[in-house]
Design a protein around this ligand. Structure first.
Ligand SMILES: [Zn+2]
Ligand SMILES: [Zn+2]
Length: 261
């Protein structure tokens, strides 16, 4: 890959390549988040083979630095208190922009409150791998950034651009699921959660958020013909390859889920 030596600002082509790689890396992290952290660990809608599970664990570590039991704890609490007092990131309680821009601050506050993870993720105690590797977020991110540095042929400028694009896009899209996904869009089910197909295209299906709150144990977030859940295609393919199994093929609505009039 052509690039200038460090010390000079990279050529326009290199900037474009770095932006595209950053966006692609973000999408890898988005798919890991929805399939592994969300559908598999938080809701057990999917059971992965040990090999795939470990691969997802490692890739999540180097692409996001997220500690799975913290993500699971915060997310299960969101389902327990959805848009009522106790919801970690409700735009109704906190305001849209507070969640859209400050989601990471809200997340960290609850993830480290000493109660939420202990209560909502007690089925996921830290194991040896966590203690040695996966609890060290900065180490994971450093390995991920070193990987990009290698991919870009030791070009630190391209590495910095790709890492920055990835970080901003990943945080922004995850925030949007919590902010936009409880504010704007269609509400086929009761509650404030919404469906937005455009957001679903960007977030591996997570934009179909009203569907998800109505049937949280469903591995598939698209219920209607025109709804598209990109991550489901990957889940279905991995299922055919026997890398994972889904809990139930058709969505099962919770007892409380009522279709909006
Ligand atoms: Zn929600
Ligand atoms: Zn969920």
């Amino acid at each position: 890959m052509a690039h200038r030596r460090s010390g000079k600002f990279p050529a326009v082509t290199n900037i474009l390549v770095a932006v595209v790689v950053g966006l692609a890396t973000c999408q890898v992290a988005i798919f890991l988040t929805t399939i592994f952290l969300h559908r598999t660990l938080s809701h057990r809608a999917i059971t992965m083979s040990p090999g795939l599970r470990f691969a997802c664990r490692f890739l999540t570590w180097i692409s996001t630095g997220v500690r799975p039991r913290q993500w699971v704890g915060v997310h299960r609490r969101h389902h327990a208190y959805t848009d009522t007092e106790g919801d970690p990131h409700s735009p109704k309680l906190e305001g849209f922009w507070h969640v859209q821009v400050g989601n990471v601050v809200l997340y960290r506050r609850v993830a480290k409150d000493g109660v939420t993870v202990e209560k909502y993720a007690k089925d996921m105690p830290a194991d040896r791998w966590d203690r040695v590797l996966f609890d060290h977020a900065l180490l994971g991110l450093a390995i991920g950034i070193a990987g990009l540095y290698f991919v870009f042929g030791m070009n630190w400028e391209m590495t910095a651009i790709a890492s920055g694009v990835h970080a901003v896009a990943y945080l922004g899209l995850n925030s949007a699921v919590n902010a936009v996904g409880h504010t704007f869009g269609k509400r086929p089910f009761e509650g404030l959660a919404t469906n937005s197909q455009w957001l679903a295209w960007l977030t591996g299906g997570e934009g179909l958020h009203s569907n998800h709150h109505a049937a949280p144990t469903s591995a598939r977030l698209s219920f209607a013909r025109r709804e598209i859940d990109p991550a489901w295609w990957l889940v279905a393919l991995a299922g055919r390859l026997k890398w994972l199994t889904v809990r139930h093929a058709e969505p099962r609505l919770t007892a409380n889920a009522q279709r909006a009039a």
